[in-house]
Every structure is written in C-alpha cells, then in structure tokens.
Design a protein around this ligand. Structure first.
Ligand code: CP
Ligand code: NVA
Length: 308
C-alpha cells in the first residue's frame, strides 16, 4: 500500500516522479475551465474521503477540486461531526472508512492519529497536515521553486521563525532533495533536537543561524510561516510575538538577499507579523504559485497512492 505520510519515508525516485507528473498535468490544463476533467479521468469511479480535524482553505479546496478534475468523487468530512477518536477508536474508523472509500486524506493534530489511520486502513492515506509535518505543502513548494529556478538540489533555503510542522517537512525534503537548509529563529522555537541530530546522518547541510542578516545572505529561497500554529494554545501569542519579531521577513531583511531569491509562505499568513505585505506582494514572492501548485502536486500524489 502506498501511503503518503511523510517525505522522508518516500524514495527520491518516487518523489521526483510525483513532481514530474504534477508538472505534466498542470501543463495539460492551460486555458481549460477549472471543472474540466483531466484526460482519461484517472480517478474515475474512485471516492476520496477528505477528513479535517482542523480548519483549512487551501488543502480543503485543492483536494476537492483535484479529485473532481481527476474524475473521482470527493467526500468532505469534518472531524467534529464524526466519532473520530472520541467515542470510536481511530483503528475502527479507519477500517470502516476503508469499506466505503478508495483513498483517505487526513488533517489532524497528533502524528500518532495519522499513523494509526494508515496502519488500520486498507486504502492509502495522505497526510494533509499534522502538528509535526505538512508534506503536501513542501512538495508544492519544491514544484514551485523548480518551475522558477530549476533543480533545488544544492540550493540554499532559509527558514525564518518557528521550527514548526512546515519547517519539519522542509527538513525532511532537504535530506531527500539534497539542498542546504538554514534555520533562523529563537532558541525556544528550535526544531526538535532529535531532528537536528539527524541532519548529519542524512548527509545534508543544516545550520542554525540566529542572525537573520547573515542567514539570508546567498539564499535562493526564503520561507516563513505563521508565528502561532493551529495546534498552539492561543495564550502563547504575546510571547511568540516577542520571541519572533526579530525574525520578521521585511523589505529591510530582503535587501540583504540575492536579487532573485524567492519568497515563500504556505499561507494563511498574518500580514505584517511574520512577513510584511510589501514582501508578500513583492516581486520575489511566489505565495500564490505555491497555493496553486498544491492542486497539481496533490493530484499527482493521489495518482501515485493508487498506482501499482
Ligand atoms: N497551506 C495550507 O495548508 O493552507 P490551509 O490551512 O488553508 O489548508
Ligand atoms: N504551521 C501552520 C501551517 C498552516 C498551513 C499551522 O499548523 O497552523
């Protein structure tokens, strides 16, 4: 069974194959209305459950539209309206859903829930974000980078802010696609120490640089994310703002970057907090290309999951 749970668990050959497929499918849709089926309707007669335990704009709409374009049938389910984990075990839920649908996409809190769903499901499971990772996002980000600048291998990626779920998936991708990664944020929000130790064994270049100006020098890609994630308690807000304001991506910081460095943010953003509007809407920003590429790359991920 081909689950898409985390980037570090998938071979680089398959990851590159997914990106190639996504590029091909995107190219074939130029000029078509959004509801036009892709040639051959690759998901014809397939039902895909899209289960959300957290809010979502992009993941929800891009998976729904993607399933439709592939000729399949999306089924949107809100965790709050299911027995999921409260009143019914994840393992029972997984076995029941597998009797009705051909593929499950899950956005949840704990990774444990995702892995349990995958363990007991008899159909493939896709990670639509957990507290610890967001692999579909990073696949879209790599697709976006490579469309604009060619291979990401050997490039320098700098992450500003919280060492959160989106960062973790960048980290896993660095180990697979072999790009160098710099984390620039406060010590309190460092990525988990077990991850950092792993970087050496994975053989890619990973550094922590708490000086944003030196971190950004020579970067090919600059990325950040919200200072407070969906799984964080709202009380941390003020503390986070104090911890992170020095790592805001603004025009002054960007003036130290290479002229053609790309700026990414997975969105949703809190404008003028983690990044200023001038940067988000500036010439280096590719934030809406990233959002669009969620659609294309996830369609390729679904096809990969269902392929033999
Ligand atoms: N980037 C992302 O996953 O956005 P949503 O939370 O809107 O799905
Ligand atoms: N780090 C953010 C990403 C949202 C797509 C969160 O988990 O809320």
């Amino acid at each position: 069974m081909k689950h898409f749970l985390n980037i570090n668990e998938i071979s680089i050959r398959d990851l590159k194959g997914i990106l190639e497929q996504a590029k091909k499918m995107k190219g074939a849709r130029i000029g078509l209305a959004k509801g036009t089926y892709d040639e051959g309707k690759p998901l014809s007669q397939h039902i895909v459950a899209l289960v959300f335990e957290k809010p979502s704009t992009r993941t929800r709409t891009s998976f729904d539209v993607g399933v439709r374009q592939l000729g399949g049938q999306p089924m949107l389910l809100s965790g709050a309206e299911m027995h999921l984990g409260q009143g019914e075990t994840i393992s029972d839920t997984a076995q029941v859903l597998s009797r009705y649908v051909d593929l499950i996409m899950l956005r949840t809190y704990e990774s444990k829930t995702l892995y349990e769903m995958a363990k007991y499901s008899t159909v493939p499971v896709i990670n639509g974000l957990t507290n610890d990772s967001h692999p579909c996002q990073i696949m879209a980000d790599i697709m976006t980078f490579e469309e604009k600048r060619g291979t990401i291998e050997g490039k320098k990626v700098v992450w500003f802010g919280d060492g959160n779920n989106v960062f973790n998936s960048f980290f896993q991708a660095a180990g697979k696609f072999n790009f160098s990664l710099i984390f620039s944020g406060p010590k309190e929000l460092d990525p988990p120490s077990n991850l950092v130790k792993k970087a050496n064994s994975l053989g890619f270049d990973f550094k922590i640089d708490r000086d944003p100006i030196s971190a950004i020098k020579g970067a090919d890609l600059i990325a950040t994310d919200t200072w407070v994630s969906m799984h964080d308690s709202p009380e941390v807000k003020q503390v986070r703002h104090n911890q992170l304001k020095a790592f805001q991506v603004n025009e002054e910081l960007m003036s130290n970057a290479k002229k053609d460095a790309l700026f990414m943010h997975c969105l949703p953003a809190h404008r003028n907090e983690e990044a200023t509007s001038a940067v988000m809407d500036g010439q280096n920003s590719v934030i809406f290309d990233e959002a669009e590429n969620r659609l294309h790359v996830q369609k390729a991920i679904m096809r990969w999951c269902l392929s033999k």
